[in-house]
Design a protein around this ligand. Sequence first.
Ligand code: LLP
Length: 399
Amino acid sequence: MEYRELAERYGTPLYIYDFDRIGENYRRLKGAFKARKSLIAYAVKANSNLSLLKFLGELGSGADCVSIGEVRRALLAGIPHYKVIFSGVGKRDDEIAEAIERDILYINIESEGEFERVQDIAEELGRAMRIGVRVNPNIDPKTHPYISTGLSENKFGVDIEEAKKIYMRAKRSRWVEPVAIHFHIGSQLTELEPIREASALVADLVRQLQGIEIEIKFFDVGGGLGIRYRDEEPIEPYDYAQAILSTLRGTDMTIVCEPGRFLVGNAGVFLTQVLYEKRTPKKRFIIVDGAMNDLLRPSLYNAYHEVEVVGRGGEESLADVVGPVCESGDFLAKDRLLPPTEHGDLLVVKSAGAYGFVMSSNYNSRPRPAEVALQGGEDRLIRERESFEYMIEKEVRFL
Ligand code: LLP
């Protein structure tokens, strides 16, 4: 399907996801772990569209969720409760209670305080709950500081000693059953060594726990596999799996992996339309109808997304691609060599399938874009463009 036709059919700005490619990514990663039992628990935070979750669920994927909202989405999309995991550093009581009632696979615990809450709530409900403990291995993943999570200065998880303490307490408890161990050192990882190191450290802890008769069934390695946005050399799934598996000799656990970006990142684009070109003595600006409220990554992380003008040639010159939002930080790309454009030209922002729509907002009272899926040569709407009425619905009755 041509971008032009999609823009005419669904309007711009628009998110477009190639489900066939997501399926291929899923099968590649699943295949890499074939030497062991494994569960790919898609990190819902990367893109939580219900149709996408349903598609992944049909392939056999589970879901890694960080709020009860995500748990509800996963279940609603048909992902079975025994493949749903609830992680995150700050779970509310009502979220814990609902996760227990819905009998999900396990809750990943990130502090002793949280362990106590889960135990008390499980007891109140009279239902024992399975848990994992998120270990912070204090390893530098060598990625952007905002998305690095496995250093002791980060808010995530507990250190090895603290983890042991929680496992011992869990062992003695009637209401909490320790079944998993979890770590996640960061996102957009492109180096294997920190992953291997973290895995080895956590595997050691598993062996120590075995020694005191705590049998861990799920080795949850988090997500974080990086993708190519520009010139990164992503880790091959096979090498990734081997690095982890090589640390697990003498154990018999199901590998749980929580990829987000790897599955959906490169499979999505953000399509936007040129409104104006504007030149100042210093700069050339291409002003488009998509903005930081739709795709925040460039503004927030200075992230690079490749940009292409659809069907245009001509002499390229440097330009910034910017949106209509009233912030200088509102840009989609900076200093790119791009051909001359005209009102109505289409621009494709690549690799926008992960942390794109999910991080969008209504800033500047801009309705969020529509989302479209491509599958088997067909296109279909999977989220309607928001309307002005939808945006004001929660306020207007108080006028
Ligand atoms: N598991 C846990 C516990 C996580 O914290 C994350 C991501 C994932 C799995 C999935 O990571 P992935 O496979 O997608 O790298 N908004 C940022 C990324 C934040 C990632 C947060 N945690 C971005 O746009 O780059």
